[in-house]
Design a protein around this ligand. Structure first.
Ligand SMILES: [Zn+2]
Length: 200
């Protein structure tokens, strides 16, 4: 019914999380009417996203493609014997904002979620274990979200990390259960980080 160019845009928008058919149509028709620079800059930003941004080969945080490793991995100021394991790059931003953490990170790029068909093999778990096997790591902080999936992922990682002879800690309770690390307020997150406890 609709011209192909509009239908294609609606179909693409619908594939984004949290956007249903109604919102997708509304956005598509908005862009059709709006000044051209709005859709041009959106198109450019989307292209840049895939051509200029990539993932750090060491910790899987986001970084610019022209780098070898991300800034945190490369920094000599950061304590490489401490690795904080998070779900998403945004979690790193939340922790960095506290200005209280001097270790390094590892981004799993998700959590184990059987309902959505996400198993350990879909996450950056193998590179984490290999990283620790290379030596020099003393403590791994499991900072996955305090959700069912985040806890299950921490439980999955615990024996595998323990077998590599490192301390394994989990953020202290106090973060809202079921909540997202990314949205936790700074004081709560700071308390959870400094009060972290040895797992097991
Ligand atoms: Zn990195």
């Amino acid at each position: 019914m609709l011209p192909e160019a509009i239908q294609n845009l609606i179909n693409s928008l619908e594939r984004l999380p949290g956007i249903g058919p109604k919102t997708a149509s509304r956005l598509a028709f908005y862009l059709l009417r709006a000044p051209e620079d709005i859709s041009t800059s959106l198109a450019e930003a989307l292209t840049d996203l895939k051509t200029k941004i990539t993932f750090c080969g060491e910790c899987f945080n986001i970084m610019m493609v022209d780098r070898e490793k991300c800034e945190i991995c490369e920094s000599a100021q950061r304590d490489g014997s401490l690795i904080c394991v998070v779900e998403e790059p945004l979690d790193i931003l939340s922790i960095e904002r506290l200005g209280a953490y001097q270790g390094k990170y590892h981004v799993l790029q998700g959590v184990i979620n059987p309902i959505e068909g996400i198993g350990p093999e879909h996450l950056k778990i193998k590179p984490l274990l290999e990283r620790i096997q290379r030596g020099g790591v003393r403590e791994v902080i499991l900072a996955t979200d305090p959700t069912m999936e985040g806890d299950a992922t921490a439980q999955y990682l615990y024996p595998r990390l323990k077998a590599l002879d490192v301390h394994v800690t989990r953020l202290a309770r106090g973060l809202p259960v079921g909540g997202d690390l990314e949205y936790a307020d700074q004081n709560t997150l700071l308390r959870a980080l400094s009060g972290r406890q040895e797992m097991g």
